[in-house]
Design a protein around this ligand. Sequence first.
Ligand SMILES: NC(=O)c1ccc[n+]([C@@H]2O[C@H](COP(=O)([O-])OP(=O)(O)OC[C@H]3O[C@@H](n4cnc5c(N)ncnc54)[C@H](OP(=O)(O)O)[C@@H]3O)[C@@H](O)[C@H]2O)c1
Length: 273
Amino acid sequence: MKRICNTILVTGGSSGIGAAVCSMLADDGMTVYAASRSGRSPRPDAPGIIPVCVDINDSASIISAIRRIKAEKGSLDAIVCCAGNGIGGAIEDTSSEEARYQFETNFFGTDNCIKAVLPLFRSQGHGRIITVTSVAGFIPIPYQGYYSSVKAALDMYMKALAIECRRFGIQCCSVMPGDVKTGFTSARKRTAASQSPDSPYYAQSQKSIAKMEHDEQNGMPPSRIARAIKRQLGRKHMKFTVVPRLDYSAIRVLERLLPTKLLLWAVGLLYDN
Ligand SMILES: NC(=O)c1ccc[n+]([C@@H]2O[C@H](COP(=O)([O-])OP(=O)(O)OC[C@H]3O[C@@H](n4cnc5c(N)ncnc54)[C@H](OP(=O)(O)O)[C@@H]3O)[C@@H](O)[C@H]2O)c1
């Protein structure tokens, strides 16, 4: 059977979910450009993976990677946007610079990538855009309020984009993982004020973030998310939203059904107790 996607650009391809996506797609015979600031190959032994140095906060570096792919392969079938990071700390303990940092890569960096591929996708008459958002985009996570906010914003952006782009043959999908064991946990920054014992949130935020980090490090392997992404790339029509693993999809259903008061109470029991 003819494969739908042959050439894919994966941002955040050097580590975690992005690295697993690169590996799985390359094993399936696709050519994968693995973009990251370090330009590290997630698997130097895999001939189908081509590492590229890209900082998604620098539009010029993304545009030059896309020009290179066009020159080398003639077309690009999909972009999978995995590059991202997290910050931890209560909202009152987060400066506006720190909040902007959280939005910089996760939202504006991803937006840079999508804007850079759209002209090519429109001219081809096809293209697929997958962003890795998070369960935190529909469950409000205390002490990660800006992370939850940026993932919710990105999810809504993807839905609007899906409507705008469908007439050009472009499909969009937001993949929302729960806890995944990756380098994301150790890369998380704590806001400056949240680390001071003088903060009124200090004890609770330390405890709560430690619990989240424990859950992440005991979470799914990144290959579980890669499998969900590969499945979407193989479908004629991608789903708009994918929540990998049954328990997390059940949480998504509950979030829609429960009154907000009850939802906040339940999340508080988990992370603010
Ligand atoms: N782990 C989880 O529990 C979890 C759960 C839900 C959603 N997610 C989301 O999944 C995505 C991937 O996270 P992960 O868990 O795989 O984390 P990770 O292991 O820390 O990987 C992050 C990747 O992003 C790249 N990156 C960061 N800033 C970049 C930039 N400015 N330009 C280009 N590349 C950049 C990093 O490479 P360089 O440092 O070399 O640039 C790395 O390859 C993130 O969007 C995260 O929010 C993670």
